[in-house]
Design a protein around this ligand. Sequence first.
Ligand code: CP
Ligand code: NVA
Length: 338
Amino acid sequence: MASLKGRDYLKLLDFTSDDIRHLLDLARKLKALKRAGASHRFLEGKNIVLLFEKTSTRTRCSFEVAGYDLGMGVTFLDPASSQVSKKESIADTARVLSGFYDGIEYRGFGQSIVEELAEYADCPVWNGLTDEWHPTQMIADMLTMQENFGEDLSGRTLVFMGDARNNVANSLMVVCAKLGVNYVACGPVQNQPEAWLVETCTKIAAENGSTILVTDDVERGCTGADAIYTDVWVSMGEPDEVWEQRISSLSPYQVNARVMQLAGPDAIFLHCLPAYHDTKTAIGAKIAEQFGLTELEVTDEVFESAQSRVFEEAENRMHAIKAIMYATLSDEPIEGAE
Ligand code: CP
Ligand code: NVA
């Protein structure tokens, strides 16, 4: 396995299947160390900066806690408290921050922004979510799959229900193809993934013994699946006006008891979170008032069910991000506490 030290982490298409398995191994080892209460301040003396142009709970907290656990200094910057984009270009920001920091995380809009940041920075740049991709989420998701189904995921089937062309769905198709997991994008035609990506992933999947299926048929898509995954119907950065159309086209793809029944009793439910499964959020309440729907992409019943692994998945974000930072900042092997 080639060392990942010094590499940017921008999208999973840039990484081999072995690289991804290496990140999963590291995440497992780092999780075991954390669970054992063993100090793992392996990156003492280093500093990282987190740039967020969109809001976050999990990703921000994961980078912060993972950074502190590894012994690093961490700075958080948002658009309101920095010059980024308003008064200083991405290229200039990258060169300034490279002088202070050993790694830069970026969450924002177009993928081209994080790519430009990486081009001008001379330290690793980590993509904390763009409109197109969410690659740190994938290591957490596959770690959660491994914890449920064993280390070798080949031959398992993961179904993404709903807006099957968003950043999370795109990234899941790539990671599944790379790990030999069968991937099903299940949604209406207008929310299905772009043809070039399906073609690319179908080739990668074939090399790893798995398949990619794009379908608008819920029964065909979900029957016998190992994991049912969904995400919000409207992503950050999209205008509020799209809600009405999305609700009408994506409602048949809500993850509910029937969908989980099609998958079977051993299937698990995954969601990157945050999720609209009740009306206890400002947006959830507003949608309920406007459209009369109290649960959106997933019912409260499934979200709270014994098949749901969403909180384990959320915790795994931190272990995964720690692994990604460690692998790109150091090539010292970690003796696991496993
Ligand atoms: N799943 C995820 O990225 O969550 P946040 O938006 O809270 O970071
Ligand atoms: N697709 C969602 C993911 C949030 C973690 C969004 O981009 O808003």
